[in-house]
Design a protein around this ligand. Structure first.
Ligand SMILES: CC(C)(COP(=O)(O)OP(=O)(O)OC[C@H]1O[C@@H](n2cnc3c(N)ncnc32)[C@H](O)[C@@H]1OP(=O)(O)O)[C@@H](O)C(=O)NCCC(=O)NCCS
Length: 161
């Protein structure tokens, strides 16, 4: 099995250009580009993205951010957790363990994780040990969050269902 290395992605023109190959390219990437162009962020400053390179090409990526426990509505007891989104492996590189390597990397922080899966990806998340959060109409609105619980962490019980 090849050695898969997950790295923190830096904000620079090269990374932002490679982001265009991903299906989920949108506001977040465009605003990073704008910030770079307007010198609001320095070239090569850290982004919330982590990725995997194959040669010089970025072939898989995810965005990962820490949410502070004051804002936690998912876990018991309330605690800092990670939110994971934009996990995507370029089509030619799927099925080689890159998606799993990114998720394993996120799990290595040993904090609970929340994600909003894209349709069709439930099988993958199930395999990664994620479970559906109980649906809370006030909290989740249009989302169907999935969560991953490290040992000793429970899902928050909803007061009313
Ligand atoms: C879903 C996705 C991230 C998986 O990445 P990947 O690199 O192909 O997955 P891996 O090779 O790491 O697969 C890990 C395991 O999950 C399984 N798996 C992968 N995709 C799956 C799916 N859609 N349904 C069920 N199982 C799946 C693999 O068979 C593998 O199982 P194994 O360990 O028993 O061999 C990738 O297909 C993708 O980018 N899809 C499009 C975007 C997307 O749906 N993103 C989801 C996040 S919102």
């Amino acid at each position: 099995m090849e050695d898969i290395k997950v790295e923190r992605l830096l904000i620079n023109y090269k990374t932002l250009e490679m982001f265009k190959r991903f299906r989920e390219y949108g506001h977040q990437e465009l605003s990073m580009m704008e910030e770079l162009q307007n010198n609001i962020v320095e070239n090569n400053s850290e982004s919330p993205f982590y990725g995997i390179y194959y040669g010089n090409n970025l072939v898989a990526r995810m965005s990962l951010s820490e949410i502070k426990k004051e804002y936690d509505n998912y876990f018991d007891p309330p605690q800092d957790y990670l939110t994971l989104w934009k996990l995507e492996v370029l089509p030619d590189y799927r099925g080689r363990g890159y998606g799993k390597a990114l998720v394993d990397f996120a799990k290595s922080f040993n904090l609970p994780i929340k994600t909003n899966p894209l349709i069709n990806s439930h099988g993958f998340w199930e395999k990664m040990g994620f479970q559906k959060a109980q649906y809370d109409i006030q909290r989740d609105l249009g989302e169907n969050p999935l969560i991953w619980l490290p040992v000793g962490v429970k899902e928050k019980e909803l007061a009313s269902k």
